[in-house]
Design a protein around this ligand. Sequence first.
Ligand SMILES: [Fe+2]
Length: 248
Amino acid sequence: MLVDIHNHVLPGLDDGPATEIEAIRLIENAVQNGVTHIVATPHHRNGVFIQNVDEIKYSIRILNEFLQLKEIPITICPGMEIHLHGELIDELADQALTLGDSHKYVLIEFPTHHIPQFTDSIFYELQLKGYIPIIAHAEKNAEFLREPKKLFDLVQRGALVQITAGSVTGSNGKNLQRFVMKLCQSHIVHFIASDAHNISQRPFLIKQAYRVIQQKMGKQFVDYLQLNAIHVVEGKEFQTLLPKTLKG
Ligand SMILES: [Fe+2]
């Protein structure tokens, strides 16, 4: 079982594939990467896209039926990549989706350039209500990049961190590759996910990313990351590695 917890494979819902045919090609790319379960996470409230829960579930049902019919060995599960905003918690009641519809794990996208002041209070309240926030592609936020201690502090207070496969492989530049490796060494990375959007520019890259992690961090760390993603889709809580002080 190999789970990808962040990607944009549903057709016509966001800046992922525009058509069903493109979506199937992208999903076949996931299969080639060894992925068996995709948590589809269309952008929600990012200033461009607002999703509808029923529409996402309907799209997934149609896709899964097609995949089964064609004997393509992969399952799509519901989710969302929710941009950090003030009504996030209220929306989780019926207008926003947790990962795998687990009512537990919430994939949260930060603005590109800064960490909003209300982050701490929203994360605190989320956890009081039994949710666990996962910071989507944490390496892509300029303030975390400049001051990784702020990411470390959020992890210390119970947040989880997802980094992008393309940042691990070097496809997003040497600088981000160095940064994500530093985060891995500090044990403040909990998931690698594809954030795949399309075949040409932003494919899955998961297989290659795990290979790089295995070379630099060892197989045990790869197993840990992969098991964490399985727990998410199953809605189970799990023990994380203790963060180590950030170097450099
Ligand atoms: Fe994304």
